[in-house]
Write a protein that binds this ligand. Structure first.
Ligand code: AMP
Ligand code: MG
Length: 326
């Protein structure tokens, strides 16, 4: 039994995995009263709910804590106060239970969880709030083939939503508005910015706000936002597939819950003869199960960090990680 703790941003999650099977995936999400995430508030949230979420996970998995053999926690990348709160909890439990800690990179966990669906060597399109990256394993490392040059796609969508008065998280609401328009003739041309395999959203953000201020219908804007932003992501992902020659695409991150993004990926994969894997919603958004799942893979490869070496790495890059388990 491996316990996985997710703590990089707004979600405190506790997942339990045994032999690649997910037995529990409990979580609690911090929701700011107003505006975006306040890191110190989110960290306090994690401290407040940690024990409750942990007990929930034990209950869901129907195990006692003495059965846990290791604790994996997401030590990177993320908001430092949140990572610290997660590490405190992981260290306390590890010392109480006298078991090892495994440090897991959050972005890589989004990719590895694809294995639970059968993906062996995929390209990951990771579309979350703060992160937007296209990642694949090449020459001994997870490499970032493309990424956002400004905002993560989720933060970009939330930022526009907030401008129109929709509270965080705005993504699901924008999706509903987009469905109301949902016709090609409603498409408004917006800045489309793909540079190699990198993307950028600030030009589109400015244009969307201007159009909103001039009275343009929000559902038309939401629809056009999705069509442009997701096409950019899918174009970059396709380029990474072509470049690496890989035959699998995995989606990850909260924005991947969006049905239109999933549909665009499915279409692109079909025309390229690539297998498409989209984890269920509970595994797409930040969660402890993917951390436990990745931790188990790492543990099997024989890695145990010394407790005094365990630390947070708020700015760790995906390609800085030593991938000893592949
Ligand atoms: P994460 O950072 O991976 O936990 O995901 C959170 C982000 O996903 C937030 O920016 C949400 O607005 C976004 N999100 C969640 N559901 C949807 C959706 N259906 N469409 C677009 N974005 C979404
Ligand atoms: Mg994430």
């Amino acid at each position: 039994m491996i316990l996985g703790i997710e703590c990089t941003a707004h979600t405190f999650g506790a997942g339990i995995v045994s032999k690649s099977r997910i037995l529990a995936n409990a979580r609690d999400m911090y929701k700011p009263k107003k505006g975006g995430i306040v890191p110190m508030e989110s960290a306090q949230h994690h401290r407040d709910v940690a024990e409750i979420v942990y007990l929930q996970a034990l209950d869901d998995a129907n195990i006692t804590e003495s059965e846990i053999k290791a604790i994996a926690f997401s030590n990177a990348p993320g908001l430092a106060p949140c990572l610290l709160a997660g590490m405190e909890f992981a260290k306390r439990k590890a010392s109480e239970l006298k078991i090892p800690i495994i440090c897991v990179n959050h972005c890589i966990a989004h990719l590895e969880i694809g294995q639970s669906l059968g993906a062996k060597d995929p390209v990951l399109l990771y579309a979350s709030g703060a992160n937007t990256q296209i990642i694949a394993f090449v020459s001994g490392k997870y490499r970032v083939f493309g990424e956002t040059l400004d905002n993560g796609v989720g933060n970009f969508i939330d930022g526009f939503a907030r401008y129109t008065g929709i509270p965080f998280p705005g993504g699901p609401e924008i999706e509903k508005f987009a469905l109301k328009a949902g016709k090609k003739e409603r498409l408004i041309e917006l800045p489309y910015s793909v540079k190699g395999m990198d993307v950028s959203f600030s030009g589109m953000q400015t244009k969307l706000r201007r159009l909103y201020d001039s009275g343009e219908d929000l559902s038309n804007l939401a629809y056009s936002l999705q069509e442009h932003a997701f096409a950019m992501l899918v174009e970059a992902a396709e380029r990474a597939l072509a470049h690496t020659g890989k035959k699998e695409l995995v989606l990850g991150g909260g924005v991947a819950c969006n049905a239109r993004l999933q549909e665009m990926c499915r279409l692109m994969c079909k025309t390229r003869g690539v297998k498409f894997f989209c984890p269920e919603k509970s595994l797409l958004t930040d969660n402890g199960a993917m951390i436990a799942f990745t931790g188990e893979i790492m543990l099997k490869a024989g890695i145990k960090q010394k407790p005094e070496k365990v630390d947070i790495k708020p700015r760790e890059r995906t390609d800085d990680v030593d991938v000893y388990w592949r």
